[in-house]
Ligand binder design. Structure first.
Ligand code: FES
Length: 163
């Protein structure tokens, strides 16, 4: 250990000390660092629990990358639908052999819809529900219907292509 020498001795004798000088007044204390680290960890944990949201800021409009996406009609149940999360589109079959597609981005605050059941497309964030037939609002806080996405069905009825 290196001895600390007081820079201003008060007498002719040399004074030594093993106590280092006090930490500078500026800079975070250990407690401040631990509290800040905890706040960052809590924020990250909350973000991980949040429902999926669209980050493109274009709530209500279909993803531009959806065009050309192909879905098997066998994957779209009658009276229900399938959510294509990667292209933010929901494809429905309101009645046998009739297919519809809508943006999967809720018109309320931009969450992705999470479920299609009982004739409704459900948003998990605040409970909005949309019709599988025309995307209209059935309930909840959504201010506008889901926008329709054009599609075509193959001549043999086996696939749907978004356009
Ligand atoms: S974002 Fe869908 S109900 Fe609020």
């Amino acid at each position: 250990m290196t001895a600390y020498r007081d820079p201003q001795p008060t007498s002719g004798d040399v004074m030594t000390s093993t106590t280092p000088p006090a930490a500078p007044a500026s800079g975070p204390t250990r407690r401040q660092v631990l509290v800040a680290g905890g706040a960052v960890a809590a924020t990250a944990a909350l973000a991980a629990c949040a429902p999926a949201r669209s980050d493109d800021g274009a709530a209500g409009s279909p993803a531009a990358s959806a065009a050309g996406t192909i879905v098997k009609t066998a994957d779209v149940p009658e009276g229900g639908g399938t959510i294509l999360r990667d292209v933010q589109v929901v494809v429905t079959q309101p009645s046998k052999g009739t297919y519809k597609a809508f943006t999967a981005v809720c018109t309320h605050e931009g969450c992705l819809v999470a479920k299609v059941a009982d004739g409704a497309i459900d948003c998990p964030c605040h409970g909005a529900q949309f019709s599988i037939s025309d995307g209209s609002v059935l309930g909840g806080p959504a201010p506008a219907p889901l926008s329709a996405v054009p599609l075509s069905v193959s001549s043999d009825g086996s696939t749907i292509t978004l356009s």
